[in-house]
Design a protein around this ligand. Structure first.
Ligand SMILES: [Zn+2]
Length: 512
């Protein structure tokens, strides 16, 4: 028996027509929103993303078909799903908002209007057409005679669902980062409990410091060997080169090559070797206990894996929190410096963390026109259509932007009354075509060697001569990112808390 014989197709013609129509409307109102902002400048990229879109829409058909088998369930569930998803897609269409757990949280806790224009005339018109569409589909569905498991579409829908799971196995997030899936994954992530438990900090700890300001800049995807300060052939750090008191540690190592696993390690006493450890001390909880003021200013929406650690800060400010790394309308990092203020008094210790979007792909979104120095750059998000040279040019322009950012920050910190130390550490490196690989989350030298810099103020130098001496002597050591936690506690002169002083860049190197 032929599965798709003409006779059968004729028999199920109404059903096929209905699902074709449903898929088209679903694509227009929902799925296509995730594609409109992607920069695609050539026919090859367009072709690849057209295929991507068709695969996504085909898999959506599978789920919609299963939903449509029961008339009653479809009648109840479909209008809700369609209405909510297309309301969300409106913000994706118009503002390239990222649909993730942070966004879902904002919707559920109804504080979304803080950051985005929720209600506009266009929005109301969009929702009106969306309602018409729902009524139209429901009526068509009610008139549909058959919807049985014997339909060829049923078998097709099972294949479509299989395609969804296979695609996600092929490359994590390939479909789930796009609507409608991103909304469901966002809800799942929102409901999920973090697996990191925070340990209670002992009560009796204290500090010998009284006017220290630590500025910790947490970078993103910056590999050490693309900084000219580390010997890179291109002049990517011209401004930092001219600054005094800047030291670069170019031999930093981490095997944790993506944000979700590297950041929780950096911000806690977890070592790069502690794979299983999930009960940790937050760096901020310890400092706070000794009277430090702790603030976090970030240009990245928080991920579940380190959100708990960030929340141990007294002040948390996420600028542009509804645009994730995936958005093409994301704010540039300089906006962090507008928010970051020096305190007027010098009698309190303080740690400020600035979390950058840094050099995360899509590189061109990370800098403004002033930094389009290395050309030609990429013009399309599809890596396959760009040359290695174009990708590296775009990447190097993000380093120029970093140079400008840190230079501006240092100039600001020079005006401070406090002893000030700045530590910059990228969360991991980046692969730029080595062994045909791109970006990060792979294990290779480029991804495992993040950039790290230290700058100290004259006042810090005067008050901490031994720390400076040690710092200078350890500059060429090979260190793991474990150094961060222990160095900050060491430079803060924390008493009665057991940290590993031998891992600190401010302590004398132990001779074995
Ligand atoms: Zn990262």
């Amino acid at each position: 028996m032929l599965l798709f014989s003409m006779e059968r197709i004729k028999f199920f013609k109404a059903e096929i027509k209905f699902h074709l129509l449903l898929s088209i409307l679903f694509a227009i109102f929902i799925s296509f929103a995730s594609y409109v902002h992607i920069p695609l400048d050539d026919s090859k990229s367009l072709f690849i993303y057209a295929i991507h879109f068709l695969i996504l829409q085909f898999s959506v058909f599978g789920f919609l078909y299963i939903l449509s088998i029961s008339k009653r369930i479809f009648l109840v569930i479909f209008p809700i799903i369609f209405f909510v998803l297309s309301a969300i897609s409106f913000w994706v269409y118009t503002q390239d908002i990222s649909i993730n757990s942070g966004m879902i949280q904002a919707i559920l806790e109804s504080n979304i209007d803080i950051a985005i224009d929720v209600v506009s005339l266009q929005f109301v018109i969009f929702l009106f057409f969306n309602l018409l569409c729902i009524i139209f589909i429901i009526q068509k569905h009610r008139k549909l005679k058959i919807n049985t498991l014997k339909s060829p579409l049923f078998i097709l829908s099972i294949i479509a669902i299989a395609v969804y799971f296979l695609a996600d196995r092929y490359r994590f997030g390939i479909l789930t980062r796009k609507l409608p899936y991103s909304a469901f994954i966002g809800v799942k992530d929102y409901l999920e409990k973090p697996n990191l438990k925070l340990r209670e900090v002992p009560k009796n700890i204290s500090t010998k410091k009284d006017s220290l300001h630590i500025v910790f800049v947490l970078g993103e995807s910056v590999r050490a060997d693309h900084l000219s300060i580390n010997g890179y052939r291109r002049n990517t750090t011209p401004l930092l080169k001219k600054q005094n008191n800047v030291l670069s540690f170019k031999n930093i190592y981490t095997p944790l090559t993506y944000t979700a696993i590297s950041v929780p390690q950096i911000l806690s006493d977890k070592s790069i070797l502690d794979h299983r450890k999930n009960e940790v001390y937050s760096l901020y909880s310890i400092l706070k206990k000794t009277g430090f003021y702790t603030e976090w200013i970030g240009n990245q929406s928080l991920e579940k894996s380190y959100e708990g650690l960030v929340k141990t800060n007294e002040k948390i400010l996420i600028v542009d929190k509804f645009h994730s790394v995936l958005s093409f309308k994301k704010e540039k990092d300089l906006v962090l410096l507008d928010t970051f203020k020096l305190q007027n008094f010098s009698t309190k210790n303080k740690i400020s963390t600035l979390h950058m979007i840094g050099s995360h792909w899509y590189y061109n979104s990370r800098f403004d026109d002033r930094f389009k120095i290395f050309n030609p750059m990429v013009t399309s998000k599809y890596v396959g259509s760009a040359s290695k040279e174009e990708l590296i040019n775009s990447y190097d322009n993000t380093i120029l932007y970093l140079d400008f950012f840190l230079n501006k920050l240092i100039n600001k910190l020079k005006k401070s009354q406090q002893e000030t130390i700045l530590i910059y550490l990228s969360d991991h490196g980046e692969t730029l075509g080595e062994e045909g690989q791109w970006f990060h989350a792979q294990r290779n030298k480029a991804s495992e060697n993040p950039a790290m810099l230290v700058w100290y103020s004259e006042k810090f130098k005067k008050k901490n001569p031994i720390s400076i001496k040690n710092l200078l002597s350890r500059q060429h050591d090979t260190l793991s990112t474990d150094f961060l936690f222990h160095s900050i506690l060491d430079v803060s002169k924390i008493k009665d808390f057991n940290y590993k002083i031998e891992k600190s860049i401010f302590s004398q190197k132990k001779n074995n």
